[in-house]
Design a protein around this ligand. Structure first.
Ligand code: KIV
Length: 289
């Protein structure tokens, strides 16, 4: 095979669908690029542990994000801000171990890349070498362009994240919708083009008007991944605990709940406690003699 003829894996990337296809290897950035060319929409979920990640992998979700939403959805913090590199490495390694097919993308947490491109590189390398992830995600458009460029040059696939960037919650004063009004919309477009120009393979658009997300998706050649960005992005991501009904209390308007796991688990725990209290568990079949 010479350098210009496509390898079997490249041919497979050009023809296989993301959902249900490509079973003998992990999804790659090439698969996502060809999905955009075909107009195939795809899904991404967050995952923070091996067991849950394995369920999503078996369900055919092509990309799993070890989001720093682990802060508020897994580790009990109020925001993503306190999450550390050591925590991200540990959670990401578990997700990699629990999966066979999904591309695993890990977030660079707050404070792990904003100082300089060199700092971003050092921490991205940790996620790739110690956890084994296939790509990293970082927040920011024009402001993160130099770091994205350096990572991509060094062989690190980068997913960018613009619009509502949760690591800036204290600067935003909450989680407001972004890109409303002409100037903000123009800035979002500039950010999207900057991350594409820097070599990002995809970009998350969080909490932006649907019409603007559609416009960005039209104008970019890389896939857009929406969360609160309406129906026209190339892919959709949800935080798994929101999607499956594990989150306590209100969830954002853009979430659709596909299960009520919080009730299911609570009912199971109450039934177990009741059986123990009443002596119904353990029964003979659960005992050794
Ligand atoms: O950390 C996360 O879960 C994210 C998603 C909301 C895209 O960044």
């Amino acid at each position: 095979m010479n350098a210009s003829s496509p390898s079997p894996a490249q041919n497979q990337a050009a023809t296989a669908t993301l959902y249900g296809g490509v079973t003998n290897r992990r999804i790659t950035v090439r698969d996502l690029a060809t999905a955009k060319q075909r107009g195939e929409k795809w899904s991404m979920l967050t995952a923070y542990d091996a067991l849950t990640a394995g369920v999503f992998d078996e369900a055919g979700i092509p990309v799993l994000l070890v989001g720093d939403s682990a802060g508020n959805c897994h580790l009990g913090y109020e925001t993503t801000v306190p999450v550390t590199m050591d925590q991200m490495v540990m959670l990401s390694a578990a997700v990699v171990r629990g999966t066979k097919r999904a591309m695993i993308v890990a977030d660079l947490p707050f404070g792990s890349y904003q100082e300089s491109p060199a700092q971003a590189m050092r921490n991205a390398a940790r996620l790739m070498k110690e956890a084994g992830v296939g790509a990293v995600k970082l927040e920011g458009g024009e402001r993160s362009a130099r770091s994205i460029e350096l990572l991509v040059e060094a062989g690190v696939p980068v997913m960018a994240h613009i619009g509502l960037t949760p690591q800036s919650v204290h600067a935003f004063g909450g989680y407001p919708v972004q890109g409303r009004g002409d100037e903000a919309a123009h800035q979002l477009l500039r950010d999207a083009k900057a991350v594409q120009q820097s070599g990002a393979f995809a970009v998350v658009l969080e909490a932006v008007p649907a019409e603007l997300a559609a416009q960005v998706t039209e104008q970019l050649t890389i896939p857009t991944v929406g969360i609160g960005g309406g129906p026209d992005t190339d892919a959709q991501v949800l935080v798994w605990t929101d999607m499956a009904g594990m989150t306590a209390g209100r969830v954002p308007r853009f979430v659709k709940q596909y299960a009520d796991l919080r009730t299911v688990l609570g009912d199971a725990a109450r039934a177990f406690a009741e059986d123990v209290r009443g002596g119904a568990f353990p029964a003979a079949e659960h005992s050794f003699h």
